[in-house]
Design a protein around this ligand. Structure first.
Ligand code: FE2
Length: 303
């Protein structure tokens, strides 16, 4: 019962055509649908109708994040839990949003718009259900398999952690603790991976990056080739995180949203898990294990 996966993200983009061209031709997502002001995309191995919505807006950023719940009953339970935390919760009707089942939405204490919803229309992954090959022939660009996680910023990481754990049932997997004992970063899961969403100290409501899953480090190296061949700005990588042990590249889409491709990590025991703690004096290795130091652009909003 409860939230079981990150379903989709709606991103605000000031140039819809430019962003759509990048996300389909370089990142290699599949365009599923479009309206006057939105383009709906999915990664090839996802069965849901979409995992990324590009919405035309003058300023780039994240409009909202959508999380799937296992049952209709979960919606009422989370509605009550969020209201107990002082959130104003709004109901969203079945298919009020394209291809999306009924849900609730509210602003989290971290200032992010969050939607929880039950079911999305299924479009399949392009492979037959009988005797399927391992991949479709027509993949383009990096072609990640699915949307993996979000990294968000907020002013009060400990309060956000309590909300995520107590109201929404997320499990704390790793954290960074300052010399004074304050939690400054927190990584949470619902899928028994190292993180489905993480928070670092920064502006309330901020998006640091969204991340797409690749199967292995060879795919990460190939992604770096494709990014460079297309003249995409790579911020860092291929490299490795200490937190999560994942292999990673950070880069920017053409409107300025940081993207990541990611692989690796480990299984998180859903019953018996003791969170891993990094001390702030080791933050360089925690974020970029090989470099052992933060980039200048990460000072003050690390990870
Ligand atoms: Fe990430």
């Amino acid at each position: 019962m409860g939230i079981y996966k990150l379903g989709h993200v709606e991103a605000r983009v000031p140039d819809l055509e430019l962003a759509a061209a990048y996300y389909t031709e370089v990142l290699g997502l599949v365009e599923v649908d479009r309206t006057e002001d939105r383009v709906y995309l999915k990664a090839w191995d996802e069965h849901d109708h979409h995992s990324l919505v590009l919405k035309y807006a003058p300023r780039y950023g994240m409009e909202y994040m959508g999380w799937k719940v296992e049952s209709l009953d979960d919606l009422e339970r989370f509605e009550n839990a969020a209201e107990e935390w002082g959130c104003i919760v709004e109901r969203v009707g079945d298919h009020e949003l394209l291809a999306t089942g009924p849900g609730i939405r509210f602003e989290t204490p971290s200032g992010h718009n969050m939607m929880l919803y039950y079911l999305m229309d299924q479009v399949g992954n392009g492979l037959p259900k009988t005797n399927p090959p391992p991949r479709p022939l027509e993949l383009v660009g990096i072609a990640p398999k699915h949307l993996d996680h979000l990294l968000l910023t907020c002013e009060d990481v400990p309060e956000t952690s309590r909300f995520m754990s107590e109201a929404l049932g997320f499990r704390l997997v790793e954290q960074i603790i300052s010399g004074e004992g304050h939690q400054t970063s927190a990584f949470f899961e619902r899928t028994h991976t190292t993180h489905d969403v993480a928070f670092i100290k920064g502006t309330n409501g901020g998006l640091h990056h969204y991340s797409f899953w690749l199967d292995n480090i060879s795919d990460v190296m190939r992604a770096a080739d494709i990014l460079r061949l297309n003249g995409v700005e790579i911020e860092i990588g291929p490299t490795r995180h200490g937190i999560s042990r994942g292999h990673t590249i950070y880069f920017f889409d053409p409107v300025g949203i940081r993207n990541e491709v990611f692989t690796g990590g480990y299984y998180v025991d859903p019953v018996q898990w003791e969170p891993i703690t990094w001390t702030e004096d080791q933050i360089g290795k925690a974020i970029f294990y090989y470099e052992g130091k933060l980039l200048p652009s990460f000072q003050g909003q690390h990870s």
